[in-house]
Ligand binder design. Sequence first.
Ligand SMILES: Nc1ncnc2c1ncn2[C@@H]1O[C@H](COP(=O)(O)OP(=O)(O)OP(=O)(O)O)[C@@H](O)[C@H]1O
Ligand SMILES: [Mg+2]
Length: 604
Amino acid sequence: MKTAKFIFKWIKGNRVTIILVLALMLTLNYIRSLVPLLNAKVFGILENSDTSSLPNFINNLFNNKSIPDQLITVAILIIVVVLIRDILNFILDAEIANASESIGTRIQVAFYKHVQDLPYSYLNRAETGDLIQRSINDVNRFKRFVGHVIPHMFNSIVIIVIFSAQMFAINVEYSLYALLFVPVLFFSSYFYFKKIRGKFTEIEEYEGKFTTVVQENLTGIRVVKAFAREKYEIDKFNDIMSKFTRSWRDINKDFSFYWGFTDLLSFAEILLAFVLAVIFTVNGKITLDQATAMFLLLQNILWPVRSLGRQISEMTKASIAGSRIEEVLNIPTEYKENDGHLKPKITGNIEFKDVSFKFDDASIETLKDINFKINEGETIALIGRTGSGKTALVSLINKMLDTTSGSILIDGIDIKDIDKKYLRSNVGLVLQEPFLYSRTVAENISIIDRNLSMDLIKKVASIASIHKDIEGFEKGYETMVGERGVTLSGGQKQRIAIARVLTKEKPILIFDDSLSAVDSETDVKIRNALKERQSKSTTIIITHRIVTAKDADRIFVMEDGTIKDIGTHEELINRPGLYQKIFNIQNYFKEEGLNTLKEGEAHV
Ligand SMILES: Nc1ncnc2c1ncn2[C@@H]1O[C@H](COP(=O)(O)OP(=O)(O)OP(=O)(O)O)[C@@H](O)[C@H]1O
Ligand SMILES: [Mg+2]
């Protein structure tokens, strides 16, 4: 029932086509049912009986004709009827294909759009393999069901109804006896396929796991190789594959039994109909042409009855696919009705007021009672141990995550009241793990706006200290990145990600550990170039390095989800605390390094 509702939701838009398809199906199958009647007519002509159940306007064509002429008329009529049947069939198939494609595309687009709008907190923990499985396999299965199985199911029903009606119109008693096995044939399919529904769900789940394993293996292939985990990976794959194969084998065994059994039933049905036809004819209850007509009509019903069973099986599969799609579609998107709609001019003052944050699935708060004010144009360095909540804190600023309590104000306005997309377009964020597309370097830099000039792309690349590296590539800015092109180093990726965020002036810029993979010298170069830019954005730099932090206007020291200290470099190195400790350690290594170098020189 739920599936029916779901299907109805998607086919509503194609109402006219559906009515046309149904009308065509009825006409087509009525015309189809004339073929057995015309075949039987031959016996009527030879026996000179007047019992044909063909409609009058066809029967009248035979009046006052010699037997050879009547036979020729039958032949011509069969050709005409078959021709009309095939033309209608062609139109019907084309209509179904059209409707199917448009319904399928609608589902696919809606699904994809919905996934884009899902909250970051959901996507962050969702299994990619499972989502890929749902958006490709399940959507395709459902699309096939709506566009292929449902029309054929209706067609089977229409054939069964029209053909048995033709039989009953000829002789009720014979039809009742002859169709005795048909319900058995139908119910055996129905109950059989109902029984195996669970196994299909199992297979779907294995398919999802299988996609995840392959996807994880391919994206993490370097880890696999570095740790010589090939055997473990293959074993894991084999394990899922063998479970998957076992489930299919079970289903296929059941299938073989089902087809064998229903083959036998169909054969028994045909035999029964034949014996009955002989008995009824010999007893004079029906004429030879009536017997032939009913026998042929019945044969035409058997296949649709059996395939109705198969179509019901597809229905179970499709309902599973449908519910898996619906499950995702029912997850609320991050855009809620009471979302803010304000689009104020943002200059870059940020204020956190008693902000706390907890991940849905975590037991303790990741951020606790955070209070601070950052002024427009200020540069803040955020330093703290790994896991202290730095990424979580900046993710609150552009509403990737939502505060659990407290409020964040930007230029005095609570970000809850600011339009999410607008806010994000004003906050430039360079992620800790930059993602580059398999496109050219230039395209990767210009993702915000496809029409950026080459001059601007080069300018931002220079600020990010990546211009020289790019010039060094064989095809320069047109070099492909990733799987189809060059493999970039971690530092190169980070710098391309930085260049990307600089293509548009943003009042707020956040660099989440974005310089971790570049050497200290390049780090300084990039920060100096950033300073020289005309616009003065409020800048938050997350880092583990004192050299990166020390030039900031103020430094925030994070510990266990709280801001423990705030001050300038000079202030912080002079009071006991985490910053001083990090400074001492990093300074010690720096001096140690210099001493070692000097000693080395002395030895030469
Ligand atoms: N999706 C999540 N669900 C639950 N807990 C999470 C999630 N993401 C991060 N955490 C936890 O929240 C805490 C803070 O993580 P966060 O990524 O903000 O740290 P960080 O300071 O940025 O660390 P790093 O310097 O390593 O990047 C960590 O303990 C982490 O395990
Ligand atoms: Mg982080």
